[in-house]
Design a protein around this ligand. Structure first.
Ligand code: THG
Length: 367
């Protein structure tokens, strides 16, 4: 593929200068913003993520801010996860559904105050849907995209590096909780979360002007931990079963098909616009669901279109993400699999661009 043209429509980030200086080798586009995909090689980045600590420019996880008396009411209209027990200082992974129960996004919701939320979105134009609902229901709430860019610090040495910058208070932040901690005289939201299974934090960098100062501080303090610029890693996220909106699911899928039923309390999520539709589909249960799939044989290339999953002549699913895993010495993959073949150990064939491969359906992911 040829290089992609840059323009105002493809947004740079507050950290782009640092990303380029670190030798970024590839990008994707996410929420119309640059998202690095590789620095050294996907395999080297993977090894380093599991052994050390990386700083990730995930500015493309844009925030939809809800502010005002109806902010919490609006947030509950968007998701079938019951938010009533969620307290200020917590983050929730929340399916967002439309009126048919179709997935519109799978963001992290951050409860900043009783009347103020950030929705840290995956790759779809959620702002438009949220503004439409706020206006259509005449809600007393402001909805906009603030100047907030997440910077993730991921890997086994993340606690030590973050403690150097923000103090030992970071060590006490619980999973999916945040504290407001100071950098350069500014209070920043620092959460224990991130798009890897290696542990770490996300700093919601409020104000683009402190982007590079924070990036540089992390890189300087991180020298003794072998810090490197990194990015969400394809291999590691498939091993961990982390879904990628637009790749592994779309608005054609319900949260239950995505395996996100554990984040739905549809019965008690009063106000959710997709509630009636989801109550219907939850009653029946899904007939296809995202599963881990082990593809046997030589390493497969990345998956830039759906690969049919076959049982004899019958198509029983699709692979949406795949990569060779050095740690598990097999091709790890995920995809929607019909219920007739979704049980642990089901033997299937995957039609990859370079031939048909035997594969085994798994009930759990690798990490
Ligand atoms: N962090 C933040 N914003 C994001 C992402 C993120 N926006 C885009 C994208 N990632 C949204 N998708 C996900 C997918 C998975 C998780 C978070 C966001 C995730 N899942 C954990 C898991 O499945 O193991 C934990 C879920 C839980 O137990 O609550 O972290 O990464 N800010």
């Amino acid at each position: 593929m040829k290089a992609i043209a840059l323009s105002r429509r493809l947004r740079r980030t507050p950290f782009s200068e640092g990303v380029e200086a670190a030798g970024v080798k590839g990008y994707t586009v996410y929420n119309r913003m640059l998202l690095p995909t590789v620095f050294r090689s996907v395999e080297e980045d993977y090894r380093h993520l599991k052994d050390a600590v990386q700083v990730w420019d995930v500015s493309c996880e844009r925030q939809v801010e809800l502010r005002g008396p109806d902010a919490t009411r609006l947030m509950q209209m968007l998701t079938p996860r019951d938010l009533r027990t969620m307290v200020v200082g917590q983050c929730y992974y929340v399916p967002i559904v439309d009126e048919t129960g179709g997935m519109l996004n799978d963001p992290v919701a951050v409860k900043l105050a009783e009347d103020r939320w950030w929705i840290s979105i995956a790759d779809s134009d959620l702002l438009l849907w949220v503004k439409g609902i706020a206006y259509g229901y005449r809600l007393d709430v402001l909805v906009d995209e603030p100047d907030v860019s997440p910077l993730a610090v991921q890997g086994p040495k993340a606690d030590d590096l973050m403690a150097d910058i923000f103090g030992n208070a970071v060590r006490d932040i619980r999973f999916f909780r945040f504290k407001e901690l100071e950098f350069a005289g500014r209070k920043l939201v620092v959460a224990r979360s991130g798009y890897s299974k290696q542990g770490g934090f996300e700093i919601y960098v409020e104000g683009s002007d402190i982007g590079m100062p924070l990036w540089n501080a992390l890189m300087e303090a991180g020298k003794r931990f072998d810090v490197h610029a990194g990015c969400p890693n394809l291999i590691e996220r498939i091993e961990g079963g982390l879904l990628s909106y637009g790749n592994d699911m779309t608005d054609d899928n319900t949260p239950h098909e995505c395996g996100l039923g554990r984040f739905c309390n549809t019965q008690s999520a009063i106000g959710c616009v997709g509630r009636d539709a989801l109550l219907r589909v939850a009653q029946e249960g899904p007939v296809r669901q995202i599963r881990a799939v082990e593809i046997h044989g030589d390493p497969v290339g990345g998956c830039d279109r759906l690969w049919p999953v076959m049982a004899g002549d019958m198509q029983v699913g699709n692979i949406s993400s795949a990569a060779y895993s050095p740690d598990f010495n097999t091709n790890v993959a995920m995809g929607l699999i019909r219920m007739t073949h979704w049980d642990e150990g089901s033997e299937v064939d995957v039609i990859t661009p370079d031939g048909v491969r035997p594969a085994t359906v798994r009930e759990t992911f690798w990490i």
